[in-house]
Ligand binder design. Structure first.
Ligand SMILES: NC(=O)c1ccc[n+]([C@@H]2O[C@H](COP(=O)([O-])OP(=O)(O)OC[C@H]3O[C@@H](n4cnc5c(N)ncnc54)[C@H](OP(=O)(O)O)[C@@H]3O)[C@@H](O)[C@H]2O)c1
Length: 241
């Protein structure tokens, strides 16, 4: 399988990990539909960068905290179809424990981190290439399969996204594979929150680099289509301890 000439939609692709994944896809020959919410300027710069290496890139904007905006996003994407793959990366990650999690924060995490991937995945089946083959990759976190007490609504929403990944793998078979990439320490939080002694719990003893993120994603986009419902950890072993 090659990504050459195939179109991939990535949510939250204007900045940081989403941006790195979009570039990895473009460098592998793919075309991009770049979703952003607030990061218009970085997304426009990314679009230009992708076009400068000879690939197509389109921008779509949506606030995934608003399901109506997500539905509107789907109608924008429909005009850009057919697609080969969907990467659900946009997420919110608030430092809330159980006592500090308001209903509003809970609902916001679930709407962005779970409802949007659900709505996009549900529509994706009607947007895929005429050859009837497609791939979905959901971006998870090591916490998804080891839920603890930190980042409470985030963790539970990612655990639900892991369950959705496995359920969709069955529901969308055999034409669409659905897998998860569970990240560990990739980039420090964008809000500048202290990362403390995070590496004490990472057997690899270091942060990941963004090339590794691209390699893992490309494996799930270009690798064997017999892999579905799998969750690959890119976390230096964090989920094991
Ligand atoms: N950073 C890590 O080390 C790490 C570790 C484990 C898992 N992950 C996962 O990897 C993915 C990317 O992480 P990151 O650290 O690069 O994320 P980030 O810096 O927090 O960026 C969040 C992304 O999500 C988008 N987003 C947030 N709220 C949104 C909303 N309401 N509507 C639409 N888009 C929204 C943002 O879009 P705009 O900027 O355009 O608004 C942005 O692209 C996430 O799924 C995260 O859970 C990251």
């Amino acid at each position: 399988m090659t990504l050459a000439g195939r179109k991939v939609l990535i949510t939250g692709s204007g900045v940081r990990i989403g941006r790195a994944m979009a570039l990895a896809i473009a460098q592998a020959g793919g075309d991009l539909i770049l979703h952003y919410n607030r990061s218009r300027q970085p997304a426009e710069e990314l679009k230009s960068e992708i076009q400068s290496i000879g690939h197509q890139a389109s921008l779509v904007q949506a606030d995934l905290a608003d399901p109506e905006s997500t539905v509107h996003l789907i109608s924008q994407v429909r005009r850009l179809a057919p697609l080969y793959a969907l990467v659900n990366s946009a997420a919110i990650f608030a430092p809330l424990d159980l006592p500090s999690t308001t209903l509003e924060a809970w609902e916001q995490h679930f709407t962005v981190n779970l409802t949007a991937p659900f709505l996009l995945s549900q529509s994706f089946a009607s947007l895929i290439d005429p050859d009837g083959q497609g791939r979905i990759v959901n971006i998870l976190d090591w916490r998804a399969l080891r839920p603890g007490i930190d980042h409470f609504p985030y963790t539970i929403s990612k655990a639900a996204l892991a369950a959705l990944t496995q359920s969709l793998a069955v529901a969308l078979a055999p034409s669409i594979t659905v897998n998860g990439l569970a990240f560990g320490a990739i980039l420090p939080p964008s809000d500048g929150a202290a990362t403390g002694n995070i590496l004490d719990n990472v057997p690899a003893g270091r942060w990941a680099n963004l090339e590794e993120v691209g390699e893992a994603l490309l494996f799930l986009l270009e690798g064997p289509s017999y892999i579905t419902g799998e969750i690959i950890h890119l976390d230096g072993g964090r989920h094991l301890i």
